[in-house]
Design a protein around this ligand. Structure first.
Ligand code: V47
Length: 361
């Protein structure tokens, strides 16, 4: 039977789950506005006109990393120019600054440092919580969790328990890249496998922690690889319900080994399509986030008409995307995000990390 857009549209309008084949059809379909309209309908049923954002600050405690992911412009070896590692006083200073600026979340991720002891990570969490017990610490990708567990000689469950005891509140969604082995082997051969990423995520959710999920796109993957990636996330979400949000991350080309790629699957149209298809396919995710750092403020704003209901936060000090050439600013103010959402005809809702509403603007 030949598949048509109208058949998929009817299915989605009836609230039915679409298949991988249908998601692939949508990615290949040339009518971006039709896909966007369908995604907007799905989003409106879930979230109405409300768009979430938060006031947060990123803190990348070190760029020293034992891995060399080919898309990464952030990592350094210990003796390389530009390598840095914050001490706890620096962590405290940045957390205090964030608190003074009204942040409710500190987002901590960093390289896999060869020498820092497990105790440093516990102290880092405790330091932020000393600055304010009300600051939510969203920290460490599951790639870091795997590394910390090996460093500490503990199981994943024990590692999570230690980190939770020191103040860990939830996990960001990084390190997922593209989960499929054939692509992952070319992107980041030293990183934990896609299967391991999912396995640890399941333990994270089992420990009662919420997390986010990402997908790095626009490099050497195909549409089918994206659908495969999202299928695995959808399956895990069916089992645990632990993912809060899906965040596609648009590949930034500068200063990394994959920048030379002439990927036909990239650019503003592809950013919007990726977000819209995710909204339609990931029927068990409440929130789809457009990360303005990677797609830019204007595409992020337009994406609010393509199924997106979350714009991340103020961020303040972003290194991973900007080291790779992101053209967006380093930070956005609360007022700037509110203005951007209002001008898209939506209602700005400030949230905390766990998606509780703090204030309607
Ligand atoms: O895993 C690395 C990506 C991720 C590049 O959970 C790149 O709320 C584009 O996961 N071009 C880390 N992306 C960042 C991340 C994140 C960001 C914001 C919010 C949340 C959240 C999570 O950054 C890495 C990798 O996929 N990345 N290099 C690059 N050249």
């Amino acid at each position: 039977m030949i598949l048509t857009f109208e058949q998929i549209s009817e299915k989605v309008r009836a609230g039915e789950r679409i298949t991988d084949h249908e998601a692939l059809f949508l990615f290949e379909h040339p009518d971006l506005l039709a896909i966007g309209e369908l995604a907007a309908l799905v989003n409106e049923r879930k979230n109405g006109q409300r768009v979430f954002f938060n006031v947060n600050r990123h803190l990348n405690h070190t760029n020293v990393c034992v891995n060399r992911c080919r898309f990464c412009a952030f990592a350094r070896s210990g003796d390389e120019a530009g390598a840095y590692t914050y001490d706890l006083a620096e962590v405290r200073r940045r957390a205090e600054e964030a608190l003074a600026q009204g942040a409710t979340e500190i987002h901590i991720v960093g390289g896999l440092h060869p020498d820092l002891p497990f105790e440093f990570y516990l102290e880092m969490l405790r330091t932020v919580k000393e600055v304010s017990p009300h600051l939510h610490v969203k920290a460490f990708t599951v790639v870091e969790i795997d590394y910390l567990a090996r460093l500490a000689g503990l199981s994943i469950a024990e590692t999570l328990q230690e980190l939770q005891g020191a103040g860990l509140g939830s996990l960001p969604g990084g390190g997922a890249e593209i989960l499929k082995k054939e692509v992952r082997d070319r992107l980041c051969p030293e990183k934990i496998s896609g299967e391991r990423w999912l396995e640890i995520m399941e333990e994270v959710h089992g420990a009662g922690l919420k997390s986010n999920a990402t997908m790095l796109y626009g490099h050497l993957e195909t549409y089918a690889d994206r659908v495969d990636h999202m299928r695995r996330l959808r399956e895990l979400q069916d089992r645990t319900g632990g993912f809060q949000v899906f965040i596609p991350l648009a590949f930034q080309k500068e200063n990394n080994l994959l920048g030379h790629l002439k990927n036909p699957l990239s650019g503003g149209v592809d950013d919007l399509k990726c977000l819209a298809v995710a909204r339609i396919y990931l029927d068990n995710f409440t929130n789809i986030k457009s990360y303005w750092v990677m797609v830019g403020e204007k595409i992020a704003q337009v994406s609010l008409a393509f199924g997106v209901n979350d714009l991340d936060g103020t961020v303040v000090e972003e290194k991973i995307g900007h080291d790779a050439g992101a053209a967006s600013p380093q930070a956005m103010s609360r007022e700037g995000i509110v203005d951007l959402i209002r001008k898209a005809g939506k209602i700005p809702v400030e949230r905390d990390t766990l998606y509780n509403e703090l204030r309607v603007h």
